[in-house]
Design a protein around this ligand. Structure first.
Ligand SMILES: Nc1ncnc2c1ncn2[C@@H]1O[C@H](COP(=O)(O)OP(=O)(O)OP(=O)(O)O)[C@@H](O)[C@H]1O
Length: 238
């Protein structure tokens, strides 16, 4: 059974159909990237999954259970987590304090430090544990944000352009981090523009265009598809 499924999902803003009859299924254990030209409706689709927007019609299922109109916090409680593009970290607190906030109400006090150490190592931030989060490099801030998003071991992690603004080395290291999470059993869905990164991590790729699923397949299938190349060049209409 799919961990996440949308059925005939629709959303429009005024006359603009931003999500059009989207039937999408994400299998457990998959690393899936959502790509498409600017304005294709990727962020809107994410917001529908998270409950930040409500659809006009259609259904969203998580683990077979309908969550179409569930509140965002209810979805988080069920095991969905998200890393947005803009870091939601506390800049005036240290790296360690940020991770403490993410964990403290959820893990037993006697294992809190152990969990923080485990996350610091995973995020390559052990040396920077006392550093103020605001003083980290752009890439490190994104990693800390990933750490906060995965601190509670969600089953499904949504990432909105996780490598935006990163150097190629940081991007590659981020891919390795996400692959490690995936090996531990996490399912990932990422909106991404960087095709080298998509090639590094994606088992499956979905191309959105004018709010509809335009193509789906492996990265090799997608990059070999001339219709996909054409939409990026603005040559194909809806
Ligand atoms: N709250 C809103 N009200 C009205 N129009 C919106 C709203 N949110 C998004 N849109 C419009 O919907 C369309 C799809 O936007 P969306 O942000 O989902 O696309 P995107 O694929 O994520 O684009 P990008 O790659 O540029 O982030 C755009 O034309 C956008 O202007």
């Amino acid at each position: 059974m799919a961990i996440l499924e949308t059925r005939q999902l629709n959303k429009h803003f005024g006359g603009l159909h931003v999500t059009g009859n989207v039937d999408f299924a994400l299998q457990p254990g998959e690393m899936h990237c959502l790509i498409g030209p600017n304005g294709a409706g990727k962020s809107t689709f994410f917001k529908l999954i998270l409950g930040e927007h409500l659809p006009d019609s259609g259904e969203i299922l998580y683990d077979g259970e309908e969550i179409t109109r569930a509140k965002p916090f209810e979805r988080i409680r069920k095991g969905i987590s998200v890393k947005f593009q803009v870091p939601g970290i506390f800049k005036e607190l240290s790296v360690q304090q940020n991770l403490t906030i993410a964990l403290q109400h959820h893990v037993a006090p006697e294992i809190l430090q152990e969990e923080i150490d485990r996350l610091l190592e995973f995020l390559k931030l052990s040396q920077d544990r006392k550093q103020l989060a605001g003083n980290l490099s752009h890439g490190q801030k994104q990693w800390l944000e990933i750490g906060m998003a995965v601190a509670l071991k969600p089953r499904l992690l949504l990432l909105d352009e996780p490598t935006a603004g990163m150097t190629p080395d940081e991007t590659f290291a981020t891919g390795e981090m996400l692959q490690e999470l995936n090996r531990e059993g996490m399912t990932l869905l990422a909106v991404e523009h960087d095709m080298a990164f998509v090639r590094q991590i994606a088992h499956q790729v979905t191309v959105l265009h004018f709010g509809k699923i335009f193509a789906q397949g492996t990265i090799d299938e997608i990059t070999a598809d001339e219709r996909v190349a054409a939409i990026y060049l603005g040559e194909v209409d809806a």
